[in-house]
Design a protein around this ligand. Structure first.
Ligand SMILES: *Cc1c(COP(=O)(O)O)cnc(C)c1O
Length: 234
């Protein structure tokens, strides 16, 4: 075995290669330009040593779901890969808004007006403007974060007109036990009628379908990095 052997370098890269192929095929199947679809590598729970080979393989867009975990892992990696783009994909508490604005290039989980107000103030104070996606609770699940579909237009308008925020995208996590397509289609409709260019939808199990329904960003974790250890709360 040599150090150049790509198959033995790291099992993680086999996952990455597979995801890249699936993504290219999905784009091809619906005549979309693969360049219009961004792979967000979801590295939550994985240590820097697992992330490093994926960076070395050329990926630059990563998703984390916790501010504190990202703070521990990313400053050092960013120093070596200054062109990387870090997305927050987990719920954000208002008392962590300051750190989130400092750390992330994109906050995908804007889900309530109080958070929008705090982020607007913090972004003005810091002079740093991460992109904002509104999370929509397409399945209206009571335990899940996100703006209800029926409230989305008014929420986006309030963010734009009253708070002066730019809303770059929409994000959703469909209910686990349901067909995904109606949820992806609903998100796409809300984006279209609000002239929002980015659609963050689709994960390891369903990103091909999301691409078919217009995803511009797919958030893929386990298919790249392997199975995550069970979640413990922070
Ligand atoms: C963990 C997570 C993902 C990735 O899920 P996989 O099934 O591992 O691909 C995507 N989006 C969000 C919001 C997540 O929390």
């Amino acid at each position: 075995m040599t150090a150049q052997d790509p198959h033995s370098a790291s099992p993680d890269l086999a996952g990455l290669r597979d995801v890249r192929e699936r993504l290219a095929r999905a784009a091809d199947d619906c005549d979309r330009d693969p360049a219009g679809i961004t792979l967000v590598c979801v590295s939550k729970t994985f240590p820097a040593e697992a992330i490093e080979p994926v960076l070395a393989a050329g990926e630059r867009v990563f998703g984390e779901n916790r501010v504190q975990e990202a703070q521990r892992k990313w400053p050092e990696l960013r120093a070596r890969y200054p062109d990387l783009e870090l997305h927050l994909i987990g719920p954000l508490q208002t008392n962590k808004a300051r750190e989130a604005v400092q750390l992330f290039d994109v906050i995908e989980t804007l889900d309530r007006i109080k958070l929008a107000e705090v982020l607007a103030a913090e972004m003005a104070r810091a002079g740093k403007h991460p992109k904002l996606y509104v999370e929509v609770n397409t399945g209206a699940e009571p335990q899940k974060a996100g703006v209800l579909p029926a409230d989305a237009d008014a929420f986006i308008r309030d963010c734009r007109e009253r708070l002066g925020l730019t809303i770059d995208g929409l994000m959703c996590i469909p209910p686990e036990d349901q067909q995904r397509s109606p949820h992806f289609a609903l998100l796409a409709q809300i984006a279209k009628r609000n002239a929002i260019p980015v659609l963050s939808m689709g994960m390891s199990a369903d990103f091909e379908l999301a691409v078919q329904l217009g995803a511009t960003h797919v958030r893929v974790g386990s298919a790249i990095f392997g199975k995550r250890p069970p979640l413990v709360s922070e």
